[in-house]
Design a binder for this molecule. Structure first.
Ligand code: SAH
Ligand code: SF4
Ligand code: F3S
Length: 437
């Protein structure tokens, strides 16, 4: 009889999505089957995120719902993987009776063992963090496709005062350059067209004297048809060498995600971000000089403890100065164990809501203006599939990570590069026509 049928749902950042593929690789190697539908599964795993309280609330609601699955199919095993497993540990099993196993991000090799014990009625917990685990030798299980995520490092040593990641993912460690390059080679052979190198702070990557710029260059050299993207860069560690490397290779995308978090030096200091706004803006200028046409996105936390109206305005000023192509914007959410948790979360809820909507409006307007200024320009698009709204249209992204929608044509296949002239824009999408040739 085939072993158990496993279904995994993934929440949180791209690193969790990459980890799910690792977990599937580990389970497949041990002869487990992956279920296509949740209703066919007798093992349901949730790969979870703890970054903000609402991320965890979503999982609790999901667990309530999964109680029904267990009732309908007694013996179903339910497990929590990822950052909540690490943060809440045995409390999850004690408080949520529906949970049978809890396995943190550095213990996935032991997952088969935990699943087998769960079928014997034993609840299992594996939440040790490791200083060395990079899953270097595990081949992730990936469906054929265009884009692959590759975690090049794990953990984070930055300890920004708001952030739970150093507690849920442990210390920083890098995967070997050779094994990453070998993986990209295999992806090239399978027809992948885009690789995104992932880490909480990719600029700290180091393997036998090779830094992230070296890794990026080596990745770009594997196959000129593969676009290389990466995330996330910390403004303190992004080097000039890295900027020159991006400029030096056509297939390294001209797009940098560079979280600023706040426009106020006082708040940046309280956040332990270790850079000033002046340093940050200089870096943006330098990048624009070295990489003409580079685009930026950012993360912003609104209403960190003690944030005043003045601080809030400074954030808006920085947004207007940089003119980001896109931004992920969040209300501050206190997380246990972090330094900021000891500060009073003193910005009233209605002020938090208003400030968040202020910055969202500002970004919306900037994205709209930037996208409209692209009308009439020509862009090379990697065709990713049909557009969300209609099968008569195709969609893909520019080098600078903007989504472009254009009329389909039977001669154009998914994975092709096409030249498109932009003729219309909204704040989220560009529209255009293919230029033959
Ligand atoms: N390593 C990345 C970020 C990972 S978390 C970096 O340093 O940029 C993604 C984003 O979530 C962060 O950039 C931050 O904007 C947001 N975030 C993290 N902790 C948060 C918290 N406690 N409350 C609100 N937003 C938070
Ligand atoms: Fe969190 Fe800061 Fe590390 Fe990013 S760099 S994961 S925000 S501690
Ligand atoms: Fe969430 Fe963990 Fe990623 S807290 S953002 S899943 S590293």
């Amino acid at each position: 009889m085939s072993k158990n049928n496993i279904y995994i749902e993934t929440y949180g950042c791209q690193m969790n999505f990459a980890d799910t593929e690792l977990v599937m690789g580990i389970l497949k190697n041990q002869g487990y089957q992956l279920a296509k539908e949740i209703n066919d599964a007798n093992v349901i795993l949730l790969n979870t995120c703890s970054i903000r309280d609402n991320a965890e609330q979503k999982i609790y609601a999901r667990l309530e719902h999964l109680r029904g699955n267990k009732r309908r199919k007694p013996g179903t095993v339910i497990g929590i993987l990822g950052c909540m497993a690490e943060r809440l540990r045995k409390n999850l099993i004690e408080e949520k009776k529906v949970v049978d196993l809890v396995v943190g991000p550095d213990e996935y090799r032991r997952l088969p063992e935990f699943i087998d014990s769960a079928f014997n009625g034993e609840k299992g917990i594996g939440v040790k963090l490791s200083r060395t685990e990079t899953y270097d030798d595990i081949i992730p299980y990936r469906e054929d496709g265009l884009n692959a995520w590759i975690s090049v490092m794990r953990g984070c040593d930055k300890f920004c005062t708001f952030c739970v990641v150093p507690f849920t993912r442990g210390r920083e460690r890098s995967r070997s350059l050779d094994s990453i390059i070998e993986e990209i080679r295999q992806l090239s052979g399978r027809g992948f067209r885009e690789v995104t190198l992932l880490g909480q702070n990719v600029n700290s990557y180091i393997d036998s004297g090779k830094d992230f710029a070296d890794l990026l260059a080596a990745s770009a050299e594997v196959d000129p048809r593969i676009r290389i993207r990466f995330t996330t860069s910390h403004p303190q560690d992004l080097s000039e060498k890295l900027l020159h490397t991006i400029a030096g290779y056509k297939n390294i995308c001209n797009y940098i995600h560079l979280p600023v978090q706040s426009g106020s030096n006082r708040i940046l200091e309280l956040m332990n971000r270790t850079y000033s706004i002046e340093h940050y803006l200089n870096l943006i200028d330098l990048a624009r000089k070295i990489i003409p046409g580079v685009s930026f996105s950012t993360d912003i936390i609104s209403s960190f403890p003690t944030e005043t109206e003045e601080d809030h305005k400074m954030t808006i000023e920085v947004m207007k100065q940089v003119r980001y192509d896109g931004a992920y914007m969040f209300k501050y959410s206190p997380r246990e164990k972090t330094k900021a948790y000891e500060m009073t979360d003193d910005v009233a809820e209605e002020i938090k809501a208003r400030r968040l909507s202020d910055i969202i409006d500002v970004q919306h307007q900037i994205s709209y203006e930037i996208n409209n200024s692209q009308i009439g320009t020509e862009e090379i698009i990697l065709v990713e599939g049909n557009s969300k709204k209609s099968d008569d249209f195709l969609a893909g992204r520019t080098d600078t990570n903007k989504i472009v929608v254009f009329p389909g044509d039977e001669k154009i296949n998914i994975g092709d590069y096409v030249k498109v002239i932009i003729n219309r824009a909204t704040s989220g999408t560009l529209f255009g026509e293919v230029i033959p040739g």
